[in-house]
Write a protein that binds this ligand. Structure first.
Ligand SMILES: C[S@@+](CC[C@H](N)C(=O)[O-])C[C@H]1O[C@@H](n2cnc3c(N)ncnc32)[C@H](O)[C@@H]1O
Length: 309
């Protein structure tokens, strides 16, 4: 609960069913904060999404499957990031000067044609944001509670038991990358909404550290949330309170099950979310309280089709 010390404000939330590579529905410089988690390049659950998004990826994938070598892998990885880059460029356009973008992304490990390697998605994403013109701020390492070392298959240990030197480190952290568009935001002295949004000293000491040990929050729909790799609500809650004030507008260009929107409703921020997979709509509606309306907040949710679809 936000202790606003003031009357609750009514907030507005828009779910846009469509492709965030073009966010035509959003005006330039109208978003205060972006909190999102994209599909991670080279993580298997997202292969078909990238292949459907970009027929060049699909074509190269087929060539790679038919080839005995891994010669197309690098090109496919580049193209996946080029598709995400289109969204990051839109994020830059719609953010206000001083607006912040928080991107939860993990690296991938994978074996193609007998070669095991890491795909450092976080490093590539930082390079892309820098190229677009963002300022890179210190990032957070989210220590995932569920990851255990893998013993099976061609993963971490290659069946070598305790024998050096051919085992691999398990990736058990994800990144929350933080970027700003230009100079920090400025506020009038004693801005009431800013003051109503403040966090406690304990929250500050816990949140503004580099390693977050956020346990998986109680999941309402665990199976689907696992399928789309939903983040626990605690992640967007913290980021929204750290980097926006009451009444701001938060965007999630990869809405998934609507976790960011739910946190925005709770925290009296407006929000917009894009989701390309229309089959997630009933879950989004459930999570953000479209059918069973929440009585503790004043909010309106609209669902629209993107003009680009
Ligand atoms: C990692 S999931 C996001 C999960 C979300 N944070 C949650 O808590 O439910 C990424 C989502 O982005 C969607 N997506 C991928 N590419 C998209 C695009 N170009 N436009 C809109 N949505 C996209 C996928 O369908 C998927 O639901």
């Amino acid at each position: 609960m936000v202790s606003s010390g003031m009357h609750e404000i009514e907030t507005k939330h828009t779910v846009i069913i469509g492709d965030s590579r073009s966010m035509r529905e959003i005006e330039d410089e109208s978003i205060h904060l972006v909190v999102t988690s994209p599909p991670y390049p080279m993580i298997e659950i997202w292969d078909s999404l990238f292949r459907n998004l970009d027929e060049k990826i699909d074509r190269l994938w087929r060539k790679m499957e038919a080839s005995s070598r891994d010669e197309y892998v690098r090109e496919i990885y580049d193209l996946m990031h080029e598709n995400l880059e289109m969204v990051w460029r839109e994020v830059y356009r719609v953010l206000i000067p001083g607006g912040i973008a928080c991107v939860n992304i993990g690296d991938a490990t994978r074996t193609f044609k007998e070669v095991f390697r890491v795909f450092p998605n976080h490093a590539r994403t930082i390079e892309i944001f820098e190229k677009i013109g963002f300022v890179t701020l210190p990032y957070i390492l989210w220590k995932k509670p569920t990851t255990k070392p893998r013993y099976k298959g061609k993963g971490a240990f290659l069946g070598s038991g305790m024998l050096p030197p051919n085992a691999y480190v398990t990736l058990d952290c994800e990144y929350i990358l933080i970027f700003r568009k230009g100079e920090p935001r400025r506020f009038k002295p004693h801005d009431p909404l800013r003051y109503a949004s403040k966090y406690t000293k304990e929250e500050r000491d816990q949140w503004f550290t580099q390693i977050w040990d956020v346990a998986g929050a109680k999941q309402q729909m665990p199976e689907v949330e696992r399928r789309v790799a939903a983040f626990p609500e605690e992640i967007p809650r913290r980021l929204i309170r750290m980097f926006s004030i009451i009444g701001d507008t938060v965007l999630d260009p990869f809405l998934g099950t609507g976790t960011t929107m739910k946190a925005a409703i709770d925290l009296m921020r407006n929000s917009i979310g894009y989701e390309i997979d229309r089959s997630l709509l009933p879950l989004i509606e459930e999570k953000v309280g479209v059918r069973r309306r929440r009585i503790d907040r004043k909010y309106r949710v609209s669902i629209v089709e993107s003009c680009g679809t």
